[in-house]
Each structure stands twice: as structure tokens, then as C-alpha cells.
Write a protein that binds this ligand. Structure first.
Ligand SMILES: Cc1cc2nc3c(=O)[nH]c(=O)nc-3n(C[C@H](O)[C@H](O)[C@H](O)COP(=O)(O)OP(=O)(O)OC[C@H]3O[C@@H](n4cnc5c(N)ncnc54)[C@H](O)[C@@H]3O)c2cc1C
Length: 380
């Protein structure tokens, strides 16, 4: 059977959902097509941490601010609880404090502040390692439980936004007005392809031109530590890794110090994010290993390093591990996302920096302003 839509979105992860949401909100007739029975890629495996502070200065930081606002508006309408607001990033050396102070002096520091160790411990129910010197507090972040939020947004789009959701449907070929799928032809005016880190099904040559690779991350869920965290928590390894801080000149001295102190954590690409769910359990990660085809075999040392960093930054005892999983995402050396134009009425959109939950809605507005002429986001 042939069906007709203004816009087809390929991929049911957060990027695809963001495009479907913005397009439907602006009155387009939308079909969202997902290969699996439900999206089970990076978007449900992440922390659900919608991060503003720490995003790369300029475009990514601005897209994250816009994306956070859209999440804050959408979440209550889609019955998605906001599990946390704000970020606390701990510092345990004068070099880390220097990076935070430099960050606060940029435009990105607006609304953020440096807490002393006592203030962080008071806010976090007594958490904090022995050598804690202070913490950056950012009020801008929100956090959702992705394994719940992604299916909820999908259902909200279908039930309340008039989006047709086709699951268990692989798209083989994109040639509007014809989209060839494993369930037959779909007729469409325009198409946005959001394939995540599938580089081989649609537009493999175009994707290859960007020189992408993939990153595999190890993730853990720990038991309830018995305290309610005031927000998501990161350690000072994040000051080197996240480009909003890591690109500041002050980050070089911190990186040298941390590389000397904890070299294996750099080998495993470990930095610490701790986020708490409504049941009190903690999502804790992560590690970063890069390969075109990341082996599914994650080293036990990565998990040990994550738990070691938890103990160092937050103090003991470390709650028991109750779940473990890995996830992968696309990576480029030279950009945080890409928007490619295979044809006048088609866009290929890939987040290439592990920040899709934080920038996806802003990117979708940017893409659809260009592709469909919608007056949204910066174009409004
Ligand atoms: C462990 C982990 C932690 C992370 N933490 C965070 C975080 O806290 N904050 C943050 O902002 N980002 C985080 N990220 C990054 C973020 O999750 C990704 O950037 C984002 O999920 C990418 O979304 P996506 O929709 O592009 O890809 P995906 O979620 O991978 O979805 C792509 C979908 O497209 C479908 N698909 C592909 N090709 C076809 C086809 N031909 N036909 C039909 N369907 C197709 C796939 O089946 C898949 O469901 C994390 C990532 C990981 C792995």
C-alpha cells in the first residue's frame, strides 16, 4: 500500500524523534520509520543527561540551550519525569579549580558558580572524596531516564501529534517521492535520515567522506546510595574531556596532572557521570574506546576504573553494581554533528560527539528551517 507524507524521518532514536516532533509541531504530516521493534541504540543507553554546561563553545552550546528548553516543555506533556536539574562537577586539585574559574569568566559561565567543599558536601548529603576542593554548580541541566523517555516520546508522537510510526521497517533506498522499505514503498515529499552509527545502509559513500569512527562506552547502574543527589555529578576528568572546558588553556595543566596521576583512566577514556533515578539507583559511567567496529568485549578494567573514580570523587562506600551495558555512537575528529545534503529534499543528520540528547532538538529545528522552510529556532 502506498502512503503519502510531507516528511519521512528514518531512525527512531532521539535525533529522529526530535525531527518528527518539530515537524509535527509545525503542522507537517510525518512518518517516522524505525528498523527495530523499538529504538535500542545509543538513545536508550545513555545517561539521559541533557547537558548545557561543558558543551563546545559556540554552536553546540547554543543548540544545547535550545534543546534543554524544548525538553523542559515536552517532558511534562509526554508524562516524562525530570529526574534531576543541574550539574555538580567536583574539583580535587588547584588545576581543576583554575579551569572552573576560567570557565566562569566566559559567557558560558552565566548562572554557574564555584562551591567550596563544605557547600558541595552539604548539597550532596555528605558526598565528596577526602581531597575535594570545591565543585562547579550549573543550574542549566536536566536529566530524564532514557529507557523510559524514548518510548514515551515515540508514543506521544503517535498518540497526540498525529505522527505515523512504522517500526520493524528498514529503509533501503531514499529517492523522494519514493522511499523503499522492507514493508513496501512510502511516498514522501522530503526525508531526514538519522541513522545513528549505522554508516553502511543509507548513503555509505557520503558518510565515508566524513571519516567517521565509532566509540563504545561502558555503563553501570549501581544501587541506591541512601542519599538523594541534588543533581547529576561529574568529576574533574570531565574538565579535560568536555570541550566547553577542555578547550580552555587552563585545562592543559589539569590534563598533565591527571595523566600522570591516573594514566589507566586515560587509556580507558574514563570520566565520571553519576545520575540518580526516581528509585534512588544510580546510572554511572563511562569509558570510551574507539574503533570502526567496536568489539562487543568491554575490558573489566574499564568498569574497575569507573568505580575507582566514583570512590575517589564521591567517597565510599560504592553501592553494588546491579546492571551493566555498553553503547556506541558516531565520532568525528572535526565536528560535533553533521548535516549533509544528498539531494535538495533530503538531509542526512548524524551527531558525531556523544551529545545527541543534549543538542538533538536544536539540530532538528536548524535542519527543518533549512529543508522545509519552517520558522523555528534561530530562524523564527
Ligand atoms: C552510553 C552512552 C551514553 C551517552 N550519554 C549521553 C548523555 O548523557 N547526553 C547526551 O546528550 N548524549 C549522550 N550520548 C550520546 C547520545 O546518546 C547520542 O548522540 C544519540 O542517542 C544519537 O541519537 P541517534 O538518534 O542519532 O542514534 P540512535 O539512538 O543510535 O538511533 C538511530 C536509529 O536509527 C535506526 N536506523 C538506522 N538506519 C536505519 C534504516 N536504514 N532504516 C530504519 N531505521 C534505521 C536504528 O535502528 C536506530 O534505532 C551517550 C551515548 C552512549 C552510547
Amino acid at each position: 500500500m502506498t502512503r503519502t507524507y510531507d516528511l519521512a524521518v528514518v531512525g527512531g532514536g532521539i535525533l529522529g524523534l526530535a525531527h518528527a516532533y518539530v515537524a509535527a509541531r509545525e503542522g507537517l504530516k510525518v512518518v517516522l520509520i524505525e528498523r527495530d521493534g523499538a529504538a535500542s541504540g545509543a538513545s536508550i543507553r545513555n545517561f539521559g543527561f541533557i547537558t548545557v554546561t561543558g558543551q563546545e563553545r559556540g554552536t553546540s552550546w547554543q543548540l544545547a540551550r535550545r534543546t534543554r528548553d524544548i525538553w523542559a516543555d515536552l517532558a511534562p506533556r509526554a508524562a516524562i519525569p525530570i529526574e534531576h536539574e543541574g550539574l555538580y562537577l567536583t574539583a580535587r586539585s588547584s588545576e581543576a579549580v583554575a579551569v572552573i574559574e576560567a570557565f566562569l569568566n566566559t559567557e558560558m559561565g552565566e548562572g554557574c558558580r564555584l562551591l567550596d567543599a563544605a557547600a558541595f558536601r552539604a548539597a550532596s548529603g555528605g558526598m565528596g572524596g577526602a581531597d575535594l576542593m570545591g565543585a562547579l554548580h550549573s543550574p542549566h541541566e536536566i536529566r530524564v531516564e532514557s529507557r523510559f523517555a524514548i518510548p514515551r516520546i515515540t508514543a506521544f508522537l503517535a498518540e497526540q501529534m498525529g505522527v505515523t510510526v512504522m517500526t520493524r521497517t528498514a529503509v533501503h533506498e531514499v529517492a523522494p517521492p519514493r522511499l523503499a522499505t522492507s514493508r513496501g514503498v512510502v511516498e514522501v515529499g522530503q526525508v531526514v535520515v538519522c541513522p545513528g552509527d549505522d554508516f553502511n545502509t543509507l548513503y555509505p559513500e557520503r558518510i565515508a567522506a566524513y571519516g567517521l569512527t565509532r566509540c563504545r562506552l561502558s555503563m553501570l547502574r549501581l544501587g541506591n546510595p541512601g542519599v538523594r543527589l541534588p543533581g547529576a555529578i561529574m568529576s574533574d576528568l570531565g574538565l579535560v574531556r568536555y570541550r566547553g572546558y577542555g578547550a580552555l588553556p587552563e585545562a592543559r595543566a589539569l590534563e598533565a596532572r591527571l595523566r600522570a596521576e591516573v594514566p589507566r583512566l586515560f587509556d580507558n577514556g574514563v570520566h565520571l557521570i553519576v545520575a540518580q533515578g526516581t528509585d534512588g539507583s544510580l546510572i554511572v559511567g563511562d569509558s570510551h574506546h574507539y574503533a570502526d567496529v567496536p568489539p562487543p568485549f568491554a575490558p573489566a578494567s574499564a568498569e574497575e576504573d569507573i568505580l575507582q573514580e566514583y570512590a575517589t570523587a564521591l567517597g565510599g562506600p560504592v553501592p553494588p553494581v546491579i546492571e551493566r551495558w555498553t553503547g556506541t555512537y558516531a565520532v568525528a575528529a572535526d565536528r560535533t554533528f553533521l548535516i549533509d545534503t544528498p539531494a535538495e529534499n533530503v538531509r542526512l543528520v548524524i551527531v558525531t560527539s556523544g551529545t545527541g540528547a543534549s543538542t538533538g532538538f536544536g539540530i532538528a529545528e536548524k535542519v527543518l528551517a533549512d529543508l522545509a522552510g519552517l520558522k523555528v529556532g534561530a530562524a523564527a
